[in-house]
Design a protein around this ligand. Structure first.
Ligand SMILES: Cc1cc2nc3c(=O)[nH]c(=O)nc-3n(C[C@H](O)[C@H](O)[C@H](O)COP(=O)(O)OP(=O)(O)OC[C@H]3O[C@@H](n4cnc5c(N)ncnc54)[C@H](O)[C@@H]3O)c2cc1C
Length: 461
């Protein structure tokens, strides 16, 4: 029988999906569904039922949360919270170093601002050394990701010596699923970290609180994940803030990138002034537009809402202006970023701080565990000290990505995607080594961390 002759019910029966799968459509193969593991409705002890619910109370105009026992959903060696560029590298690195890893992400995909934020150009993995030669300093897992994107349709363009390539958000989302699953990482999407778990006894040596995991908010209420080491790669330092780590709070530009389609169909008369159409992407006719936006507080929900609304109005206005330009009628607004572009919010107070002056002068650190590059590859690279990844006053919590310890002057450099890959990679290896050495993250043997990083292809200068 031809496919066209099958009834809808017969078709689903034939491919083994059943009618329940109708919503996902005919393009989902049986194989893709083979991984579904949830066969029972609820796992005992992991779910709030009506009788266990402990709602907040309102008393004298103040809302309070009564004490309640939170079910533990998982126990792991290294818990990584936040699945952006830094978190994915951290999780993969730790898993490759041989420990059990759990990665938590609030949204439905991995990649953070590089996917959900539609930040598509990869700036900062090149440098110019003192001899005037171009050197690619971000290697390791970040470089592996770019290589693998090259092998996927429309994955990456402009990947030439000394240039800054541009990636496709959907291809990168897919690649991350593959790389995280290959590494046997326990993954939780749709899970928003809402608290840190701290041991009731302080560390015997330093007297500091010791982090033991995080609480995530799920549809079944809060659930606990216990861990020997926690890496906060939320970009905003949510978990290290909940754990009581010292940090500084910064305001920075917040904008909303978008993508336009059919830009290859623009045919204007000579002399026509065409509004800005953004930069090329790996997809023919699709361009992405970055947005700088105002300096604002990326932690304030009223401010975030206002920025989101204003940015959408601005994008629409610009789009209509473009579409009304003779010769640009076929252009369409393909997508606004599902996630607002928050650049910097909380920055950890570590035990060592990087500065732009030091980075450009070639400052060295005995604790070097990573290397970062220049925005446009136009100056020398800089060392990432281990002290930029660990808290000065709390044990067993590390950070990677845009929240690592750096002076305000350093923010521009340490937040670009390859440098987040690099610091995330270092945090992942360090956390895994601490688990294996059965010590705190502060006391980890850095020679061993560097050995494993090099084994994993990282560049350390
Ligand atoms: C508008 C804009 C333009 C930029 N332009 C460029 C550019 O051209 N080139 C470049 O290289 N870089 C650019 N950047 C910088 C770069 O995109 C980011 O700094 C980089 O993605 C940061 O990586 P990260 O992993 O540290 O954090 P993020 O990418 O922010 O990832 C953090 C992840 O954690 C998740 N998360 C957050 N809070 C929680 C929570 N409580 N619980 C669970 N999950 C959580 C988020 O959903 C996200 O997936 C730009 C940034 C912006 C905003």
């Amino acid at each position: 029988m031809k496919l066209s002759e099958l009834s809808r019910r017969d078709w689903f029966k034939n491919v083994g999906l059943g009618l329940g799968a109708a919503a996902v459509g005919a393009s989902v193969s049986q194989d893709a569904n083979a991984d579904f593991v949830t066969k029972k409705a609820a796992q005992p002890g992991t779910e709030y039922t009506g009788k266990d619910a402990v709602p907040c109370t309102l008393s004298d105009g103040k809302v309070s949360r009564p004490a309640s026992v939170i079910p533990t959903i998982s126990e792991t060696d290294v818990l990584v919270v936040g699945g952006g560029p830094a978190g994915c590298c951290a999780a993969i690195a730790a898993a490759r170093a041989g420990v059990k890893v759990t990665l938590v992400e609030r949204y439905n995909h991995f990649g953070g601002l590089a996917t959900g934020g539609l930040v598509l150009i990869i700036l900062g993995h090149w440098t110019t050394n003192k001899a005037g030669e171009k050197v690619q300093v971000v290697q390791g897992i970040g470089e592996e990701m770019m290589k693998r994107l090259e092998g996927l349709p429309n994955g990456i363009c402009n990947r030439n010596f000394g240039r800054n390539p541009t990636i496709d958000a959907e291809v990168y989302k897919y690649l991350l699923v593959e790389m995280l699953m290959e590494s046997n990482i326990e993954l939780f999407l749709h899970s928003w970290a809402i608290d840190a778990i701290v041991d009731d006894s302080p560390d015997a040596k330093t007297g500091n609180p010791v982090v033991k995991g995080a609480v995530i908010q799920t549809k079944l209420g809060p659930q606990a994940i216990l861990a020997k080491q926690v890496i906060d790669t939320t970009g905003d330092g949510d978990v290290f803030a909940y754990a009581g780590c010292a940090y500084t709070r910064r305001l920075y530009h917040i904008g909303l990138p978008c993508r336009l389609g059919n830009t290859d169909k623009i045919h204007v008369e000579p002399g026509t002034k065409v509004p800005y159409i953004g930069d090329i992407t790996p997809i023919k006719g699709v361009r992405w537009l970055n947005m700088q936006g105002p300096d604002a507080d990326g932690l304030d929900v009223r401010e975030l809402t206002k920025l989101e609304l204003n940015s959408r109005r601005q994008i629409w206005k610009n789009y209509i202006n473009l579409k009304n330009t003779p010769g640009c009628e076929d252009v369409f607004l393909m997508e606004t970023a599902p996630q607002l572009g928050v650049r910097i919010t909380r920055v950890l107070e570590g035990t060592e701080e990087m500065t732009l002056e030091g980075a450009k002068a070639g400052q060295t650190f005995d604790s070097c565990v990573g290397y970062g590059g220049a925005w446009q590859g136009d100056h020398i690279g800089w060392q990432i000290p281990y002290g930029a990844l660990i808290s000065k006053n709390v044990e067993n919590i590390l950070t990677g990505g845009r929240s690592i310890c750096g002076a305000p002057s350093m923010s521009e450099l340490l937040r670009v995607i390859p440098n987040c890959w690099s610091s995330g990679h270092s945090a992942g290896v360090a956390a895994a080594c601490a688990v294996k050495q059965n010590c705190t993250a502060r006391d980890v043997n850095l020679n061993e961390v560097r050995r494993v990083l090099k084994e994993q292809g990282a560049y350390l200068g």
